[in-house]
Design a protein around this ligand. Structure first.
Ligand SMILES: [Zn+2]
Length: 388
């Protein structure tokens, strides 16, 4: 069995070792400072005598350092130098120790059990077995950060049988558990390397939460990850603040008032559009059966609104279309008396178009000239609706 040096010293970055086996995909050593994935924390990467170690896993009960085949030139008995990717490991220890603080406090304050923990290199998620309100989470986050500032010692030791203090554990039946103790805050069985004191976490932030399997799932960032996250958010807030001429901490009310202003502009624009179409309607002849009107540059939504406004007092169809002869026309067709959906096929077949909609309004495109469209609708009379 490989001697796991990180269990005694989680700050050990390098060690010398002897290759004891060369299984497929990697090598096994007599001792290692590489942590194999476990307890929600990914396995270490790094290098072994110049070969890149992409990950470290437990395979068949022992530690395997994963190395690509073409770099794996090792033989049993070789003496090698191991070195972990320390910045990455340190960031993970910051995250994992932060998770223990949060889970310990959630347990002591709200009687929540941690039922899931996952970490990738950016953020981590923690699941608790009961839901917590936003207010609870603010309190939890505040207490956790106070624990960081107070710089509590963190120790990792095999359980002392004489020590009767309780500890958290996801497993019921633990033989020789290793207990991670955050003095005055938490005791938890855990196999992973941890920081030696809470101040090294720097900061812990709950980024979001959602209901999850009858409890809650939190997304967290701690340490360097939290700092980098803050930098990204701050950069964007500052840019938005500059555009809106407010401080980065005041962008939410500024954006809200911008949204309100936009709503009233668009309301006013719609009212003006409706007034304009009603005015146009007053000038259109009433003695024809169908109304077929070409208006410039209307969106599908505007075509529909215009058609609905122009159908008052019209016995036949109202068709509003917009576009150009070379590119074709978008249209909306409606009627106060005729089910326009049943007419769609006749109309689109005659004008090389396509369209669809409901009994009261149909929209689509015509690939015909303006003249062809106007001529077609001028000739379409009541008896032809019935034949359609
Ligand atoms: Zn743990």
């Amino acid at each position: 069995m490989t001697q796991l040096l990180y269990l005694q010293d989680s700050y050990l970055r390098k060690n010398e070792a002897v290759v004891v086996a060369v299984p497929p995909k990697g090598i096994m050593l007599d001792k290692t400072c590489f942590f194999p994935e476990g307890g929600g924390q990914p396995g270490d990467s790094g290098s072994i005598s110049g070969a890149f170690v992409s990950d470290t896993r437990i395979l068949d009960g022992d530690v395997v350092h994963l190395i690509r085949e073409k770099e794996n030139v090792f033989q049993v008995g070789d003496r090698v130098c191991c070195e972990i990717d320390w910045p990455k490991r340190f960031e993970r220890m910051q995250a994992h120790s932060a998770e223990h603080i949060l889970s310990g406090l959630a347990n002591s304050i709200f009687e929540c059990e941690n039922v899931g923990f996952h970490m990738d290199d950016v953020i981590m998620t923690v699941d608790f077995d009961r839901f917590l309100t936003e207010e609870d989470l603010l309190l939890l986050e505040e207490k956790a950060n106070i624990c960081v500032y107070e710089d509590h010692a963190i120790t990792c030791q095999p359980l002392d049988p004489a020590d009767q203090r309780p500890f958290r554990s996801k497993l019921e039946d633990l033989k020789n558990p290793r207990i991670v103790t955050i003095e005055g805050i938490d005791r938890c069985a855990c196999c992973a390397p941890h920081l030696s004191s809470t101040a090294q976490i720097g900061i812990l932030k709950i980024l979001s939460f959602m209901r999850h399997r009858g409890g809650i799932r939190l997304t967290l960032a701690a340490g360097k990850t939290a700092y980098e996250y803050f930098c990204k958010i701050h950069k964007q807030s500052s840019q938005v603040g500059e555009i809106l001429a407010v401080k980065p901490t005041e962008i939410a009310p500024a954006v809200n008032s911008l949204i309100e202003k936009n709503k009233s502009i668009s309301y006013e624009k719609n009212r003006q559009f409706e007034r304009l179409i009603t005015e146009i309607g007053a000038f259109l002849p009433n003695d024809t059966e169908n109304r077929c009107v070409c208006l410039p540059d209307l969106s599908p939504e505007e075509l529909k609104t215009a058609a609905m406004l122009l159908k008052k007092d019209v016995r036949g169809l109202v068709v509003v279309f917009s576009g150009s002869d070379p590119e074709g026309y978008s249209f909306a067709m409606t009627s106060a008396f005729v089910d326009v959906k049943t007419l769609t096929r006749t109309v689109t077949a005659a004008l090389s178009g396509r369209g669809g909609g409901r009994f009261d309004v149909v929209q689509g495109r015509f690939n015909a000239s303006r003249k062809e469209i106007e001529t077609f609708f001028a000739g379409l009379k009541g008896n032809k609706y019935e034949n359609a």
